[in-house]
Design a protein around this ligand. Structure first.
Ligand SMILES: Cc1cc2nc3c(=O)[nH]c(=O)nc-3n(C[C@H](O)[C@H](O)[C@H](O)COP(=O)(O)OP(=O)(O)OC[C@H]3O[C@@H](n4cnc5c(N)ncnc54)[C@H](O)[C@@H]3O)c2cc1C
Ligand code: SF4
Length: 504
């Protein structure tokens, strides 16, 4: 058979930039193979909204590509590829998970091209990280390198605009008092079409037949699945919501799940948007006076800093990172947590956040880290199980982004490779950052008694359990020393032991 080699697209490589026939890209006009592998959904219990998004995005892409696409529904990727091209040579871009990379490199007919969808080449990161000679990897240092390399938010002399690299200190305001939602234009939602309808019908059928099981609800589709929808989402964010992004970045409001966040993680992780175009659009907003620097720098830091850093760490730290368990946490996830059973929970913060995950498969970063991750850490859930749960339950969850964020950032299971201390807090912090504690049957400041806040009690129980480790770390030594001031510690520990794995 003659003609260009077919190019195989995974479901998170759906933007036009993945098909660009540049020096390292696929052959010009290559036929495009997309495989919908049912075994992926059979193996693990994903959020149903996530299954919907991925299938809808792949089927939309195939429809856009028309005759150029060969869309195959198969049991496995291998079978799908065989049915699409037989033994013919194909190209594929470097996949985003180690498992998928293992698969494509094991197939002799497949040539693996460099990855798309990220700013920094692997070699650049490796040279930087290896060159540190054992010193800590620090996100801030990496981020500044990316800013310089990409010429992002720099003045003509190559220095950061506004005289500072970091505007985090301006981005920690609590939300306006008494306001249930931020004074910010709401997100604009995409409209579902007949492809979504068919996806829903397929998912219903698979579930009915008992073939596949999901968690969560497949409500109205909230996130972009086509390039056009993704560009509209980026444009709406850049013009209407980015100006407010920075100020309340660390805040949380019970009735405002979206706050001023971009909601771009899904289209970014499906490959529909390129990170470069997102940060340049944000920079344009700043330069044209459409958004203040603290917001724009905050957003650029998330995308060109954190997202790139996490991607690189996934590959740099190797498979071993996934299995780290520095705190020796082994507790299984209780059913109410695993099943997103928000109604079983009385603690308002946790119940509200679990309900958001159940209903949308998404929450912003504060509930992920300070409510869900915090709870799992305080209760010693097995970090590998927590990583798997986040991966399956979140619509933007992929292996590369979950392992560093959960094992490293949220569960401190790598003992400090990614963050310098465990991220945990009691009710007082959650209460300061928003309105979660009003009304709640618990009181954020109470450690003991009928209305003891489970996060506050859980915090002290955690500090007590890991006292030696926390005392040896200068960032947590004060917390460890704080145990000596608690005359009710035995009572706190006894109540926590009684709670066990029950829903708070
Ligand atoms: C425990 C935990 C789990 C997480 N799991 C995921 C995940 O599965 N997928 C995911 O994309 N992000 C994840 N994040 C990072 C972050 O919470 C989400 O990217 C963000 O909440 C998505 O909403 P948004 O698009 O409105 O983000 P915004 O707040 O608007 O931020 C802009 C973009 O920055 C990027 N970003 C910011 N922080 C990170 C980060 N730590 N890692 C990677 N990208 C980042 C995302 O692409 C995001 O879209 C996780 C964070 C934590 C603490
Ligand atoms: S009082 Fe405690 S349990 Fe209740 S919402 Fe506040 S932090 Fe959560």
């Amino acid at each position: 058979m003659s003609g260009p080699r077919p190019h195989w697209l995974f479901g998170d490589q759906l933007g036009p930039h993945f098909l660009e026939p540049s020096g390292s890209g696929p052959d010009p006009d290559a036929p495009v193979v997309i495989v919908e592998a049912r075994s992926v959904f059979r193996r693990r219990r994903f959020h149903r909204a996530k299954a919907h998004l991925v299938l809808s995005a792949m089927r939309h892409r195939a429809a856009e590509l028309g005759d150029r696409a060969r869309y195959v529904r198969a049991e496995t990727y291998r079978e799908g590829l065989r049915r699409a091209v037989g033994e013919r040579a194909v190209t594929v871009r470097h996949p985003t998970s180690r498992a998928a990379l293992g698969l494509v490199t094991a197939l002799p007919q497949v040539e693996v091209l460099p990855p798309g969808g990220f700013l920094v080449p692997f070699g650049d990161f490796r040279r930087w990280a290896d060159g540190l000679g054992g010193r800590r990897l620090v996100m801030e240092d990496f981020y500044r390198r990316v800013r310089r390399a990409e010429r992002l938010l720099l003045d003509p002399a190559g220095e950061p605009v506004g005289g500072r690299w970091n505007f985090d200190a301006d981005n920690r305001e609590p939300p306006p008092r008494g306001e249930p939602v931020l004074p910010v234009p709401p997100p604009r939602w995409p409209e579902e079409d007949e492809i979504d309808e068919r996806v829903r019908a397929d998912l219903d059928r698979w579930e009915r037949s008992g073939e596949v099981r999901f968690v969560g609800r497949d409500g109205p589709r909230r996130f972009a699945v086509t390039r056009a929808e993704a560009l509209r989402a980026l444009e709406h964010f850049a013009t209407a919501r980015l100006p407010h992004f920075g100020r309340w970045e660390d805040a949380v409001l019970a009735a405002d799940p979206w706050m001023a966040h971009s909601l771009l993680s899904v289209p970014l992780n499906l490959g529909l948007l390129d990170p470069g175009e997102c940060v340049r659009r944000a920079e344009d907003a700043y330069r044209s006076g459409g958004a203040p620097l603290n917001s724009v720098e905050g957003f650029v830091r998330q995308v060109a800093g954190w997202r790139e850093y996490v991607w690189q760490l996934y590959w740099y730290l190797g498979e071993e990172h996934r299995h780290r368990n520095a705190l020796g946490h082994r507790a299984p996830l209780p059913d109410w947590f695993a099943e997103l059973d928000a109604d079983a929970v009385r603690a308002r913060c946790l119940s509200g956040v679990l309900a958001q995950v159940r209903d949308t498969g998404w929450t912003h970063h504060v509930p992920r880290l300070m409510v869900l991750g915090n709870w799992a850490l305080q209760h010693g859930y097995d970090p590998a199980a927590v990583t798997d749960w986040f991966h399956r339950s979140f619509v933007d969850g992929y292996d590369w982004v979950m392992v560093p964020n959960v094992v490293g950032m949220s569960q401190y299971a790598d003992g400090g490779t990614i963050t310098t201390k465990p991220y945990t807090c009691g009710g007082a912090y959650l209460n300061r950052m928003g309105d979660l504690c009003r009304p709640c049957p618990h009181r954020p400041g109470d450690r003991t008694g009928e209305r003891a806040c489970p996060f506050t009690a859980g915090y002290w129980a955690f500090v007590h359990r890991h006292r030696a480790l926390l005392a040896a770390n200068h960032r947590t030594a004060r917390a460890a020393a704080g145990l000596d001031r608690l005359d009710d510690l035995p009572e706190v520990l006894a109540a926590e032991a009684v709670r066990g794995s029950a829903a708070p």
